[in-house]
Design a binder for this molecule. Structure first.
Ligand SMILES: [Cu+2]
Length: 167
């Protein structure tokens, strides 16, 4: 017996509405967006104090935008265990974005755009006005205490670092 046309139309309409609802949920709910503003000498998420701990959840897709709104070059690293060379903080022993798939897109201070796909990121050099967006999902093994810091000579010592906690 053929399926009545009206029933078929109803089924199709319901399927279309479901597809639209699912599409909206994916677009709205999946990637969490966080903006970290950088300047002299702070990292700041909207609604938080400068250099307040930045909190992220593992196993959640993120799009983190890091913007240099200051007037100096900043060299941003995410990791833990500060390496000090000849009395100067130089880098982190352990790197947060090690073996983590990353999609990095950005705009240089001159307005040029770029995209890099990688699984390893040691540092971001951000000229004044530059903005970089990193899309990633941290694995559960990264849960714990980390740090975001700037390693332009003198900046880390001036307090240019903040705790970063992965839950
Ligand atoms: Cu800095």
């Amino acid at each position: 017996m053929p399926i009545p046309t009206t029933l078929l139309r109803t089924v199709t309409a319901v399927a279309t509405i479901l597809a639209l609802l699912i599409g909206t949920a994916v677009a709205q709910g999946l990637e969490r967006e966080v903006t970290i503003r950088v300047g002299e000498f702070y990292f700041q998420v909207d609604g938080q104090e400068a250099n307040a701990p930045i909190e992220l959840d593992a196993v959640m897709p993120y799009r983190v935008t890091i913007v240099n709104e200051g007037s100096m070059l900043h060299r941003v690293k995410l990791g833990r265990g500060v390496v000090v060379e000849e009395g100067v903080p130089f880098a982190y022993h352990e790197i947060l974005f090690d073996a983590v798939p990353l999609r990095i897109t950005g705009t240089t201070a001159e307005g040029a755009t770029f995209r890099i796909d990688t699984t390893y990121l040691t540092q971001l050099d951000l000229a004044p006005g530059a903005s970089i967006e990193i899309a990633f999902t941290l694995p559960s093994t990264t849960r714990g205490d980390w740090e975001i810091g700037c390693f332009i000579p003198g900046h880390y010592e001036a307090g240019h670092h903040a705790a970063l906690v992965v839950h």
